[in-house]
Design a protein around this ligand. Structure first.
Ligand code: CP
Length: 320
């Protein structure tokens, strides 16, 4: 049976778009996390299918590959009873020269209320938000932000630890090219966590400390201090030159493996946004081991995306 609309866990959501965590306050981030927790609670009572977006249409516009984000946004919209359009640039009229804006406006013309967009250019969702009437959700823009990934990472940490405040989180790897790193930094800092970024100097932007993070080039040295390690993928597709001598050397200094895990706190949580390069950012025994919450992250992505869609829908339905 379809459950009745659930009230937002907190009031005060007033945004039409979700473009990044940089512009959200701690209260707004907490509103999303609490709403996601409410959807988890309803699901645990068997209320998985909700009528909250009945009559609305969510279009997923993916101009870059995706497994987790695209499928979980699609399932999230379906769980809220929205109709969905799943568009990927490959095989579309983009190959005939149709522009990004024209593509989005033509799909919007089918009665779309919310557009989820992933694009290789930083700022692409912001551009759409100025050209469309629909609400826009950023599903990853270049090296800029991936807000729902940041939110699901933070939700997963909160689920296991109860709070973010006072925790030390290490973001390890390709900080330079990682939109996940930026969204994590904005969200984690706003909720009171200490953040250390760690990796080879070539993969850490020199001005990253302006975001309030600490920098380390020595993974072994920080391991004993951290509560959470988030292992960021080496973004080979965004690297135009070699940033380290070899993959083997990268894995030797910055890969998480069984030996390195012994240097960490016993209850350290291992996160990775996926996809993972097994044997590079982390070894299979760690990825599939007791400290890993990697699949919890994927599970939580569903309720986080439901929460984001629902809050934007509420804003639309109340005439915002
Ligand atoms: N973490 C993440 O964004 O995965 P996908 O690229 O598969 O969506």
């Amino acid at each position: 049976m379809m459950a009745q609309p659930a009230p937002a866990a907190r009031t005060g959501w007033s945004r039409k778009h979700l473009l990044g965590l940089e512009e959200l306050s701690a209260d707004e981030i907490t509103t999303i996390l609490d709403q996601a927790a409410e959807f988890n609670r309803l699901a645990s009572k068997g209320e998985k299918k909700l009528g909250l977006m009945s009559g609305s249409v969510v279009a997923n516009l993916f101009f870059e590959p995706s497994t987790r984000t695209r499928t979980s946004f699609s399932l999230a919209a379906k769980r809220l009873s929205a109709d969905t359009i799943d568009f990927t640039a490959a095989g579309s009229s983009v190959s005939k020269g149709e522009s990004f804006i024209d593509t989005a406006r033509n799909i919007e013309a089918m009665g779309v209320s919310h557009v989820v967009v992933r694009h290789s250019s930083a700022g692409a969702p912001h551009l759409l938000s100025r050209h469309l009437k629909a609400g826009v959700l950023n599903a990853g823009d270049g090296t800029h932000e991936h807000p729902t990934q940041g939110l699901l990472d933070i939700f997963t940490i909160r689920e296991h630890r109860g709070t973010l405040s006072g925790l030390t989180v290490a973001l390890v790897g390709d900080i330079l090219h990682s939109r996940v790193a930026r969204s994590n930094i904005w969200g984690l800092k706003k909720l009171g966590a200490r953040v250390i970024v760690c990796g080879p100097s070539t993969l850490i932007p020199p001005d990253i400390t302006k975001l309030g993070v600490e920098v380390s080039y020595d993974f072994d040295e920080i391991l004993g201090q951290v509560d959470i390690v988030n292992l960021l993928r080496i973004q080979f597709e965004r690297q135009r030159s070699a940033f380290f001598p070899s993959i083997r050397e990268y894995a030797h200094f910055y890969g998480m493996n069984g030996e390195r895990l012994k240097l960490a706190k016993k209850d350290v949580l291992i996160l990775a946004p996926g996809p993972i390069n097994r044997g590079v950012e982390l070894t299979p025994d760690v990825a599939d081991g007791n400290n890993s919450v990697i699949l919890d992250q994927v599970t939580n992505g569903l309720v986080i995306r439901m929460a984001c869609l629902y809050l934007l829908e509420q804003h639309r339905r109340t005439g915002g």
